[in-house]
Design a protein around this ligand. Structure first.
Ligand code: FES
Length: 316
């Protein structure tokens, strides 16, 4: 490790053992964009000029980005000397404008952006206002169904991104949006029943699923269980509007302080008959994911058929 040297903008730094490239830059007081520090948001991407990185550091990047030499500095434990530079804004982000803002509850904001690319329901994008700080949000719609990207954003008073978006005027400023990523989408050719259990704004991807199933005239069975704080009940009305005349089953479990896990178990016992047929999607906080994953496994769900996406509990 002592022979390894990182060169960033003509500055040479020696990483410490077990340190990632991102940690090394930050320790040296070099300000670089970053968000999740877990390979999800892609805001810490760098472009290699020389040296090599493990494939794992390019996880989730497109083949064009990988060929270009992009890697995620938060995942990269250097094993040889590297020289790299930051991508330009245009190389990493698309500039989008807000075309509609609407408060679905007192603290859940619906944001519609003029994002012109395509994405799959269940994927997520990273949003940034300055290219420095960023946060991931799941798409709340299916790209084939509407000509905008819809996001549901919980407003945290201390959250840099959510507070800034809450104040943003309708058309300004530009919002930087990453390429959509994530593997949590549904396969319309699958015969499995879809069971989606979501907490709070984890309901956003579930709404996208429903739009996709409706658009594709899918006959897949779909069950949605939403766990919401009592104050967010109107959010459920908005999500549930997608159900319309479908045969889908939906269930709202409201709570104040504690998650109503016993009610969830009872609902699953009475509603899900064949767990081998279920494809399970869990969206919510890390604790919620841990608890619901255990519940579903105990009920009989195969771990291979459980997809989970934990959302950041802490504001950014
Ligand atoms: S900070 Fe590296 S991917 Fe989010």
């Amino acid at each position: 490790m002592t022979d390894i040297q990182l060169t960033y903008k003509q500055q040479s730094i020696r990483p410490q053992p077990d340190e990632t490239v991102l940690d090394c830059l930050l320790r040296e007081g070099i300000s670089v964009p970053h968000g999740c520090r877990a390979g999800a948001c892609q805001s810490c991407a760098m472009i290699l000029d020389s040296g090599g990185v493990d494939d794992d550091c390019q996880r989730g990047l497109s083949s064009a980005q990988r060929e270009q030499g992009l890697f995620l500095s938060c995942l990269c434990h250097p094993t040889e000397s590297l020289t790299f530079h930051p991508p330009s804004v245009e190389e990493l982000w698309r500039r989008c404008r807000v075309i509609d803002r609407h408060w679905l509850t007192t603290d859940i904001l619906r944001l519609r952006l003029n994002y012109s690319g395509s994405w799959r329901a269940g994927q997520y994008v990273t949003l940034s206002l300055d290219g420095q700080q960023s946060r991931c949000f799941s798409a709340a719609n299916h790209s084939g169904s509407e000509a905008f990207l819809e996001l549901h954003i919980r407003h945290y008073r201390n959250g840099v991104i959510s507070a800034a978006l809450a104040k943003t005027e309708n058309t300004k400023p530009d919002i930087l949006v990453s390429r959509p990523v994530g593997e949590g989408y549904i396969d319309p050719r699958s015969e499995r029943h879809i069971l989606c259990i979501a907490q709070g704004t984890g309901l956003a991807p579930a709404r996208g699923f429903m739009q996709q199933l409706a658009m594709e005239h899918s006959t897949q069975a779909f069950t949605l269980v939403g766990l919401l704080q009592a104050k967010d009940e109107s959010y459920w009305q908005y999500i549930n509007a997608e159900v319309a005349d479908s045969a889908w089953k939906t269930q709202l479990l409201l709570y104040k302080d504690q998650l109503p896990l016993q009610n969830l178990v009872e609902f699953l016992k009475s509603s899900v008959s064949d767990w081998r047929q279920q494809q399970v999607y869990l969206f919510g906080s890390e604790l919620f994911i841990q608890q619901t994953q255990k519940i579903c496994a105990l009920q009989g769900a195969s771990r291979q058929q459980i997809f989970q996406e934990a959302f950041l509990a802490a504001p950014l």
